[in-house]
Design a protein around this ligand. Structure first.
Ligand code: URA
Length: 434
């Protein structure tokens, strides 16, 4: 280590190990020194585990977030003549809401600069979904991003290497050191990127339930409150909704299948839960951006959201009229008994989708555009023995066995007593504005 370094990593690790509050200068140094390669991965791993075990106070989380933002560039959209607003979802199975939502909110007068991610593990990623559209490009320069935003009102693309580089290193390290699930680390990771992205307003969709990162609703609410606090402190008008991820959203999971369903929503159709959540989030985004008098439901029905979608896809090299990729093989899974579907495990559907080839287990792996699952029956609906529940799609039929294994006991079918309804989470569990 150079003699001019202000601290040693070991003293900061020891402080957190012994449950002390890290001061601003220690946090600034450790994030900067890690980004520069002065703090080694094994030292940062120890610190991350100490943070996971002993937690951080709000001022520490806030400073940690600022230090991650300061590790890279901060984007600025002040040349735009519309208010900027973005939405971030903590991720779930079948969560394709960003696809119809961004053009919809743009059609209502906001500018939506969406920096999105790729799927890792059982949850899908917005960029992987959009890349199933022939020609569509996720990587844009800052100038290209601004041009698409100016022309279309919305842009969905990958974050460039210059945005919160500390988070890129930290996220990869957390992934392999079992330190992803710490609220201070999740909150700072998400919010550093959203604050650096330069949006003026932000709606957070924090998922909870068996298919979410934060399966415990109380933990999800705590995460939402911490993120709203970080956003407000950074001067961003921020709200969070804690929403259900106990069952998959909509009737598809998998890249091209989810694009197809999103286009149905933009055409004025689509599954009721997707339409409902898209409209709830659109209204929150418009309100927080200070836009009134616009009806997002009308913009879905009259084709104006679809117009923005088409322009946005074309501006990024895609062909919105091209046929979407279709998997080479399909297999139908049928119900074993008759009755009402009482439950469907979102996590199992997510893992099966991933095993069919829609997701990746290592960063950089190629995903299959056509792979995934179509859902033919959802909880609350009646089904007869032998009727289809799922159609599995893949280019690699050897994947069927492992996907079916993941789907063991994925649904329960039974009888509801008179007046009884299926036991599931409400679509929106909590709205957090403070
Ligand atoms: N998404 C992120 O960007 N970071 C996390 O830590 C979790 C989800």
């Amino acid at each position: 280590m150079s003699a001019i370094e202000k601290y040693s990593a070991a003293e900061i690790i020891a402080a957190k190990r012994d449950k002390h509050v890290l001061n601003d200068s220690q946090i600034d140094w450790v994030i900067d020194a890690y980004t520069r390669g002065v703090v080694a991965d094994e030292q940062m791993s120890a610190l991350l585990m100490a943070i996971l075990l002993n937690g951080m106070q709000l001022p520490e989380i806030s400073r940690w977030t600022d230090a991650m933002i300061n590790s890279g560039e901060k984007m600025n959209w002040s040349v735009l003549n519309r208010p900027t607003v973005d939405k971030h979802s903590t991720g779930g199975v079948g969560d394709k809401i960003t696809l119809p939502l961004a053009p919809l909110v743009a059609a209502c007068g906001a500018a939506v600069p969406q920096l999105s991610g790729r799927g890792l593990g059982h949850t899908g990623g917005t960029l992987d979904k959009l890349e199933s559209i022939p020609g569509w490009r996720a990587s844009l320069s800052n100038e290209e991003m601004l041009a698409v935003l100016q022309d279309c009102g919305a842009v969905i693309c990958a974050a460039g290497a210059g945005l919160a580089p500390a988070d890129k290193k930290l996220y990869a390290l957390r992934d392999v050191t079992a330190t992803v699930e710490a609220i201070p680390l999740i909150a700072s990771s998400i919010m550093s990127k959203k604050i650096a992205e330069g949006t003026g307003a932000l709606i957070l969709d924090v998922k909870t339930g068996v298919g979410a990162f934060m399966s415990d609703p109380e933990k999800a609410k705590e995460l939402a409150r911490v993120m709203v606090g970080l956003g407000k402190k950074a001067g961003i008008k921020t709200r969070a909704l804690v929403t259900a991820m106990d069952i998959p959203l909509g009737l598809t999971a998998g890249n091209a299948l989810e694009v197809r369903e999103s286009v149905e929503v933009l055409s004025g159709g689509g599954p009721a839960d997707i339409v409902e959540l898209t409209l709830i989030l659109a209204r929150e985004m418009l309100e927080v951006a200070g836009i009134s008098g616009k009806d997002p439901e009308k913009a879905l029905k009259d084709g104006s959201a679809m117009d923005v979608w088409r322009r946005m896809i074309i501006a990024q090299g895609g062909n919105p009229d091209a046929a979407l990729p279709v998997a080479r093989e399909t297999k139908v899974i049928t119900a074993q008994s008759s009755g009402t579907m009482l439950s469907m495990d979102a996590m199992k559907v997510g893992i099966a989708t991933w095993r069919l080839g829609a997701g990746r287990s290592r960063q950089g792996e190629k995903v299959q555009a056509g792979a995934g699952i179509e859902i033919h029956c959802k909880p609350g609906e009646k089904i007869s023995a032998g009727a289809p529940i799922f159609t599995l799609h893949t280019d690699t039929p050897e994947a069927f066995a492992r996907a079916e294994e993941a789907l063991t006991d994925v649904v329960t079918i039974g009888d509801l007593a008179k007046g009884e309804s299926v036991d599931r989470l409400p679509l929106v569990l909590e709205r957090i504005t403070e």
